[in-house]
Design a protein around this ligand. Structure first.
Ligand code: KG4
Ligand code: ZN
Length: 355
């Protein structure tokens, strides 16, 4: 029988609600971005985010339910991000989900936000397990072997900044605005990627880890070398050079992980990219050069489902519901919550200061 789940997302600066069914239909998907509220500060301000979630979440849930033409009684479960993320926001979404579940006697699914990103490609492209996942977002940069729901093995992670964070910081240095990723991508289209010689941190290393802080410093030096008179073309060239460096690093690290993944799962040649940075077309094209050569399928969900949304939360909820993996009402919000048991030492707490 078809199951229906309401998803709620509030871990950062998007307030979102969506209704999805087990036949992979997105019945509604409402996302309210708080970009304008945070833009003057050049990054997400946790207090402002939490207040905005409180102000808008109830209305967005009502909108998502109305658009999907379902009543709370029609739901099979309610799924909400329970972490990792900005704790105030996560608490608001999770408590709201608990309230609906209590009032309507529905199962609750408290989800790991990274798991929601990790499983999105199964909603959009019906991808089979196992697959290699490159998770690239504002708070994370990881290579993960995904062998099933709740079965994630981290192959590599960033030693410092997340890749989306690097985009945001580079954009901020150039005064492009927030969030920086999409703005860097647009500017880069008119730029000459060969003008600035930027480093490729970690390239060729004997592991699957990343590092982006050196690249950030190199962008700062390049800007200093131009001086106060940097014009739009200078910025476009720097954006193109930066994006090319990021693309090269992601391709190198991912290629290494593909080798490891194939050793463990012969024949399972699938690479999924997820998270906000997966919305970047140039990065997708760069990664397709390595997947094409190795005979891997490259799966990238549509941009609106790469950046934070609640359809991915509802879908991950459906995947868990199918396996009976529901949550206890006592589940609490977590600022930090590594996707796999290997994680820990190198996982930074998420502070929200993405820019
Ligand atoms: O997954 P997401 O929406 O939120 C987190 O869970 O972090 O990712 C947001 C990040 C931001 O750093 C944003 O600048 C980046 O994804 N991003 C992009 C693009 N669109 C969003 N980075 C590069 N190119 C893009 N087109
Ligand atoms: Zn995210």
């Amino acid at each position: 029988m078809t199951q229906i789940v309401l998803g709620i997302e509030s871990s950062c600066d998007e307030t979102a609600a969506a209704v999805v069914d087990s036949e992979r239909n997105i019945l509604s998907n409402v996302v309210l971005s708080q970009i304008e509220e945070h833009a003057p500060y050049g990054g997400v301000v946790p207090e402002i985010a939490a207040r905005a979630h409180i102000d808008h979440l109830d209305r967005l849930i009502a909108e998502a339910m109305a658009e999907a033409r379902v009543d709370f009684d029609d739901l099979d479960a309610v799924a909400a991000t329970a972490g990792p993320g900005l704790i105030g926001g996560v608490m608001i979404g999770l408590v709201t989900a608990k309230a609906i579940c209590t009032a309507r006697d529905k199962p609750l699914i408290g989800l790991n936000h990274l798991e929601a990103h990790a499983l999105t490609a199964r909603l959009t492209n019906d991808v089979a397990f196992p697959y290699l996942l490159l998770l690239v977002s504002g708070g994370h940069c990881q290579l993960v072997s995904v062998t099933g729901v709740n079965q994630y093995k981290r192959l590599g992670t960033t030693l410092d900044d997340a890749v989306g964070e690097a985009f945001d910081k580079a954009a901020k240095m150039m005064g492009l605005g927030y969030p920086g990723g999409p703005l860097v991508e647009i500017a880069a289209r008119k730029g000459d990627a060969s003008r600035f010689k930027l480093p490729r941190p970690m390239k060729g290393r004997d592991n699957c880890d990343f590092s982006f802080s050196g690249l950030k410093t190199a962008v700062r030096r390049a800007l200093d070398s131009i001086g106060d008179q940097a014009n739009d073309q200078d910025h476009a060239d720097l954006c193109a050079s930066f994006q090319a460096a990021v693309g090269d690093v992601l391709a190198d690290r991912t290629k290494r992980a593909m080798g490891l993944f194939e050793e463990q799962h012969p024949g399972a040649r699938r690479l999924v990219i997820a998270g906000g940075v997966a919305a970047n077309k140039a990065i997708g094209e760069r990664l397709s050069t390595i997947t094409d050569r190795s005979g891997f399928d490259l799966i990238v969900p549509p941009p609106g489902l790469c950046t934070d949304n609640a359809a991915m939360v509802a879908w991950a909820g459906l995947e868990r519901l199918k396996l009976g993996l529901t949550s206890d009402m006592t589940i609490s919000a977590r600022a930090r919550w590594p996707l796999d048991s290997l994680a820990g030492a190198t996982d930074k707490p998420f502070t929200g200061a993405k820019a």
